[in-house]
Design a protein around this ligand. Structure first.
Ligand SMILES: *Cc1c(COP(=O)(O)O)cnc(C)c1O
Length: 392
């Protein structure tokens, strides 16, 4: 049978893993100390150092870090707060945010996002604040920081906690300061699709050492050791401690992070160059470049375009299938969260948050990872333009 030459499959995200990293992980594995131990401590120190020596704890995921952060802040009926506690977040973020607010038994209060930056709309945040508001959970969408100056002012004026969902923003900065190196609490993810990985894993960075210590207790059953060597539990904790094997992988990844972010920015510059030539003619919306005056403040975890669905003869699903047929993976970040069955069940509906809803319908994430070449970007951009030209 004749063989058909095929181009290699290009996933929409791919972690960078090397033989050196595999050796380090294998060394930790064969040390037989594989659950939480010295590697977790070393990884926490390294992350802390990267973020201006702030108190840092690692978890099994960013979702776990957020769950514990809400608990540390005493928000929601499960954490000694009230079922009337309100937490403001964007309708355009990953499900874990709404899920953890609901699990804390507080009320999720959604506001819309900006259509271009896709970050939470701070005017709407101010209007949504009530005497019951306890916290704001903003997501740095795709790694693009929210306006941290204004967010800090709003929080200070109303005495609110801010838990930044910085899952995609490790390596990002605002006015030259790294996300996580200032502010209240920031949570990060080390899932394989993020800018660095521990397979699964996450971290929370605190302003306050006492809160970090409470988080450390809450991530491991709520156990505290007593003077007589026995253990006690005063507050019900969870089981969110990272393994040493994962922490060792994180330790080998972190030194590469800044370089990987730079490579991402180079590929984004390629996308911008190649797609902006056609964007207007095709009705394609490209993501916001970066915050003004700060091109290197964006860690570029994702490159998300909006399709011109209204003028297309095919659906988004058909567009994504056509990309897959050309061996190009795509993602979808995110569905509008207030339209999930969970939140429809609490009275939410279409028409509430037009920007989040439009992004939810039209967004497609294109491949972006540090080991991509300019030729890869040319192949993706060429496919996008080809498919849309045929379908508009
Ligand atoms: C991935 C992601 C999370 C969750 O991270 P996990 O480590 O998988 O729990 C939260 N928020 C955003 C914006 C994400 O992209």
């Amino acid at each position: 049978m004749p063989t058909t030459p095929t181009v290699p499959y290009l996933p929409f995200a791919r972690p960078t893993l090397t033989a050196h990293m595999a050796e380090a992980v294998s060394e930790t594995l064969l040390s037989h100390w594989i659950a939480s131990g010295p590697q977790v401590q070393a990884f926490e120190s390294a992350l802390s150092q990267y973020h201006g020596s702030r108190p840092t704890r690692v978890f099994t995921s960013a979702t776990a870090a957020l769950e514990v952060a809400l608990q540390v802040c005493g928000i929601g009926a499960t954490a000694g707060g009230s079922a009337d506690d309100e937490v403001i977040t964007s309708a355009m973020t990953f499900f874990s945010v709404g899920n953890m607010i609901e699990k804390s038994a507080a009320r999720t209060v959604f506001v819309d996002c900006d259509l271009v930056t896709r970050n939470i709309d701070l005017d709407q945040v101010e209007r949504a604040i009530t005497p019951r508001t306890r916290a704001i959970v903003p997501t740095h969408f795709g790694g693009l920081p929210c306006d941290m100056d204004r967010l800090g002012q709003i929080a200070a004026r109303h005495k609110l906690r801010v838990i930044e969902d910085a899952a995609l923003a490790i390596g990002s900065s605002w006015h030259g300061r790294r996300i996580g190196a200032f502010g209240d609490i920031a949570t990060f993810s080390f899932h394989p699709n993020k800018n660095m990985t521990t397979i699964e894993g996450g971290a929370a960075i605190f302003a306050d050492e006492a809160e970090a210590r409470r988080a450390e207790v809450l991530r491991f059953h709520g156990i505290v050791k007593q003077a007589d060597g026995t253990r006690d539990v005063a507050v019900a904790g969870g089981k969110f401690n990272l393994s040493d094997v994962s922490a060792r992988l994180g330790l080998t990844q972190l030194p590469h992070l800044d370089n990987w972010c730079e490579l991402r920015r180079q590929r984004v510059a390629d996308y911008m160059e190649l797609l902006s030539l056609h964007a207007d003619a095709l009705g394609l919306m490209l993501p916001a470049a970066a915050n003004p005056g700060e091109p290197d403040g964006h860690s570029w975890n994702m490159f998300c375009i909006l399709l011109p669905l209204a003028s297309m003869t095919i659906s988004r699903k058909q567009f994504m299938d056509e990309m897959a047929r050309r061996q190009i993976g795509t993602g979808l970040s995110y569905e509008a969260m207030h339209l999930t069955t969970l939140f429809r069940g609490k009275g939410h509906h279409e028409g509430e948050f037009p920007n989040a809803e439009r992004i939810g319908r039209e967004t497609v994430t294109l491949p972006l990872f540090p080991t991509m070449s300019r030729a890869d970007v040319e192949r993706v951009a060429g496919a996008v333009v080809d498919i849309l030209r045929a379908a508009c």
